[in-house]
Design a binder for this molecule. Structure first.
Ligand SMILES: Nc1ncnc2c1ncn2[C@@H]1O[C@H](COP(=O)(O)OP(=O)(O)OP(=O)(O)O)[C@@H](O)[C@H]1O
Ligand SMILES: [Mg+2]
Length: 255
């Protein structure tokens, strides 16, 4: 891949094998009164793909933002790969986030004036890290972007843009890839491709993935799902089926 240095080869060393993500009693309140997350505890092991579901306004995005260091909980603790992320000042949190966390949005958030390749390497350049050309080459192949590196985002389909966003979020080999409604803007077939990709990243590359979705069929592609209601985890399901999840969400709507 042009413009990138040669493969440096080392995999992330982690002698402790701590869970990829740990939340302990995470609470988020606004204006000192409005509790949006209420003592949420969660552990996600390395290589696991977790879906987060729940009614609109239940706190899913807030949970993702607190877990990924985009926001700081009011109380409780967040650890990523064993490193404490909560309670740090904004600068330290940003540095940790750049190195250890990937985030994918429904709206891709690619830089329109940059090529795909420049978009992929931008976070690395921002954090002053050396691009691992071998890794990025694998990534580009895996997400099916080889041959499209010179294009600008507007010259890609929605599915290709989301694949580029996923590749960008994995460029620094993060401990956890967070995704908030990554398939929300895609048609069914393209969404299925992106979900297959996320599942394979977990199964084959041991990439931990935490994804918020409204779609029970999308959540059923994960290894596990938790259902959030009123800022708490209402249910946790291993090997969820779309029917199971749909029933739980309907039951919540009736409460
Ligand atoms: N910055 C903020 N200030 C005050 N309240 C907020 C703020 N951000 C979110 N909230 C409130 O927190 C609650 C949860 O919001 P959140 O965005 O986490 O929900 P969600 O489950 O992601 O919903 P959706 O499915 O619609 O995306 C909502 O009641 C929302 O109004
Ligand atoms: Mg949301």
């Amino acid at each position: 891949m042009k413009g990138l240095t040669a493969l440096r080869g080392e995999r992330r060393a982690d002698p402790t094998r701590a869970p990829a993500l740990e939340l302990r009693e995470v609470t988020k309140t606004y204006d000192g009164a409005h509790t949006v997350l209420d003592r949420v505890s969660l552990e996600v092991r390395r290589g696991s793909f977790l879906a987060i579901m729940g009614p609109s306004g239940s706190g899913k995005s807030t949970l993702l933002h607190c877990a990924s260091g985009m926001d700081d909980p009011t109380s409780g603790e967040v650890r990523v790969g064993g490193r404490r992320l909560s309670g740090l000042n904004e600068t330290k949190r940003t540095l940790l986030r750049r190195k250890h966390i990937g985030f994918v949005f429904q709206s891709y958030n690619l830089m329109p004036s940059l090529t795909v390749e420049e978009n992929l390497t931008l976070p690395l350049r921002l954090s002053g890290a050396t691009a691992d050309g071998g890794w990025l080459g694998h990534l580009v192949e895996r997400v099916g972007l080889a041959g499209l590196l010179d294009r600008r985002p507007a010259e890609l389909s929605g599915g290709q843009q989301q694949r580029a966003a996923i590749a960008r979020s994995l460029a620094a080999r993060p401990d956890v890839l967070f995704a908030d409604e990554p398939t929300g803007a895609l048609d069914l077939d393209t969404a299925a491709d992106v979900l297959d990709l996320l599942r394979e990243l977990a199964d084959e590359w041991e990439q931990t993935v935490v994804m918020v979705t409204h779609d029970p069929a999308a959540a059923a592609r994960a290894h596990a799902a938790c259902v959030v209601a009123d800022g708490r985890i209402d249910a946790y399901l291993d090997h969820p089926t779309a029917d199971d999840l749909a029933h739980r969400l309907t039951a919540l709507g009736r409460r």
